[in-house]
Ligand binder design. Structure first.
Ligand SMILES: NC(=O)CC[C@H](N)C(=O)O
Length: 223
């Protein structure tokens, strides 16, 4: 209750942006704040564990991102959150490392293995895929709620091009969203507490902010 008796505004959901030396983190923090979160760039293990949401950004080579994540035992931080059903959002290479492995320039690197399958070079005439694209949102998507026919900004040459995970009843089937660039590839996945986008919501204008706001609105509140 405030001094004039009106109801105090609810505190913003606390979203940790994992600081492990990846690039592009400040635009992610800024976009999350614009989308309604109290966003903080941090490697503090307690804060990462307790935050309402964790965002794992990622730019550069799959192998370098995995090495930097392992350097702060990021696989533990992400795995423990997911074991406790606590939301995590991976962005770009932060999505790619969630798969079993990545193959870049002939080098295979083990990923976090949250999802089966591999991240491989896109089968497209021009790489990198750098620009705006529409996506084919999966049925029941939370991320793309109210965002049909919007375009999102992609900068990548690799991606997950198959979704081998069969729904395991009684669990809800993951919601997969596709994009067409040369061949189809996964633009986003929503799988219980774990979501991820291959594109950059923080570089996708108002549609990107709305997508982040959808994710933030769905965060269970611990405070
Ligand atoms: N934007 C990025 O940093 C993506 C890099 C990643 N190695 C890819 O090309 O898919």
């Amino acid at each position: 209750m405030t001094a004039d008796g009106s109801a105090a505004a609810a505190p913003r959901p606390l979203v940790a942006v994992l600081d492990y030396g990846s690039g592009n983190v400040h635009s992610a923090v800024k976009a999350l704040v614009a989308a309604g979160a109290d966003a903080r760039l941090t490697a503090d293990r307690g804060l990462v564990a307790d935050a309402d949401g964790l965002v794992v950004p990622g730019v550069g080579a799959f192998s370098a991102v995995m090495s930097a994540l392992r350097g702060i035992r990021g696989e533990e931080l992400i795995g423990r959150r997911l074991s406790g059903g606590r939301p995590v959002l991976g962005i770009c290479v932060g999505m790619q490392v969630l798969f079993e492995h990545g193959v870049e320039r002939g080098m295979e690197t083990e990923g976090l293995g949250e999802w089966p399958g591999a991240v491989t070079e896109l089968d497209a005439p021009v790489l990198p895929h750098m620009g705006w694209n529409t996506v084919r949102a999966g049925e029941g998507s939370v991320l793309f709620d109210g965002l049909t026919d919007e375009r999102f900004y992609f900068v990548h040459s690799y991606g997950a091009q198959h979704w081998p995970l069969e729904p395991m009843k009684p669990f809800r089937a993951p919601v997969v969203t596709w994009c067409d660039y040369g061949q189809p590839f996964l633009a986003a996945v929503e799988n219980g507490p774990l979501s991820a986008t291959q594109f950059h919501p923080e570089k996708s204008g108002a549609a990107g902010i709305r997508l982040l706001a959808n994710w933030i609105s769905a965060l269970p509140r611990t405070a």
